[in-house]
Design a protein around this ligand. Structure first.
Ligand code: FO1
Length: 314
């Protein structure tokens, strides 16, 4: 079994490749839930849903999140009623949030609801939220007038279009929440732990902000393989490069490797960045090179097969 720490879009594509590359071996996806948001009384888990929709072949290929062929009638009516519509919830997507929220309201845990959804969407991976607790990423942003204020991840990412300067990122309740029931067992027994090519600060770090998870992953550093989400200094998707930069980490694969240095003994670097290999090795990290950009099924599978080879010491 391999365990994969996951954010949204990049992780979902990697998992899609992993399902083919690790055929016959169980893949356990441990997903970030610190981006979750309650909107209109509904619990939305964007990273979990991106994984559900991608692996079931239903994701919107243009955005990488939400469903293909979506309609927006509920949002249109909500707009007319003067409701909040900055977070776009499609008509079909809403069914997932209704199901999740109803089950949580009945007392089910996020782990249980996620397993039910994974079964209904016919997923080939075991999908676990990192925690059933109320962990939230809080972004401290600097407004144009110089004042600093805290917003939730989705307010920063969607409402403010990840434009403001990020002063700090924190993980609310990280010291209080515990790992979801099956997470520690998966991390302890996995043949290897993979960090998917996700935003280090906004997707992987919230998972590692849970003390027990961080301790176990650090102890298994030799079995951890991190895949870079940054190529030639730029994030494949989203603001990972700018966020690393504003937190004082270089916005490059080297910055990512430094960020992961306590946790990951092996780093998968993009071939385009091979000149960074020496500096990454000097952090006591093994470096492996390949093409990490996933355009289609073939490149997703090739990246996951490469990671399998790295795990097997090929
Ligand atoms: N991203 C956007 O840029 N705009 C949206 O309105 C938006 C709505 C949304 C609804 C459900 C969902 O599962 C994801 C959604 N996302 C939206 C994506 C989401 O904000 C990000 O992909 C992740 O949170 C980043 O990991």
């Amino acid at each position: 079994m391999i365990a994969v720490l996951c954010g949204g879009v990049g992780a979902a594509k990697f998992l899609d490749g992993a399902l083919r590359a690790f055929d016959g071996e169980e893949v356990v996806a441990i997903a970030n839930v610190a981006d979750d948001e309650v909107m209109h009384g509904l619990h939305i888990s964007p990273d979990i849903d991106t994984i559900l929709y991608t692996l079931s072949g239903q994701v919107n290929p243009e955005t990488g999140w939400g469903l293909a062929g979506e309609s927006w009638r509920v949002m249109e009516r909500l707009e007319k009623l003067g409701g909040q519509t900055w977070f776009h919830l499609g008509d079909l997507d809403l069914a997932t949030h209704l199901y999740r929220s109803a089950r949580l309201g009945e007392g089910a845990t996020l782990t249980e609801v996620t397993a039910e959804l994974a079964e209904r969407y016919g997923l080939g991976v075991r999908l676990l939220p990192a925690t059933d607790g109320d962990l939230r990423t809080i972004v401290s942003i600097r407004d144009n007038d110089g004042s600093v204020r805290d917003v939730t991840f989705q307010e920063y990412f969607v409402k403010l279009r990840h434009e403001p300067h990020v002063k700090a990122v924190s993980y609310r309740s990280a010291g209080v929440v515990t790992p979801a029931p099956e997470v520690m067992d998966a991390l302890a027994t996995a043949r290897a732990i993979v960090f998917a090519p996700s935003n280090p600060v906004l997707s992987i770090a919230p998972i590692l902000a849970i003390g027990e998870i961080a301790e176990t992953v650090a102890k298994r550093r030799n079995d951890v393989v991190a895949v870079t989400p940054i190529v030639e200094g730029r994030a494949i998707k989203g603001p990972a490069d700018r966020v690393l930069d504003s937190l004082g980490f270089e916005s490059s694969a080297l910055g990512v490797a430094r960020f992961y240095a306590d946790y990951s003994g092996t780093f998968v670097l993009d071939t385009r960045d091979s000149e960074l290999a020496g500096k990454i090795s000097s952090l006591d990290i093994r470096v492996r090179h390949t093409d990490t950009i996933m355009h289609d099924t073939a490149t997703r599978t090739a990246l996951a097969e490469f990671v399998r080879g790295v795990i097997e010491g090929v």
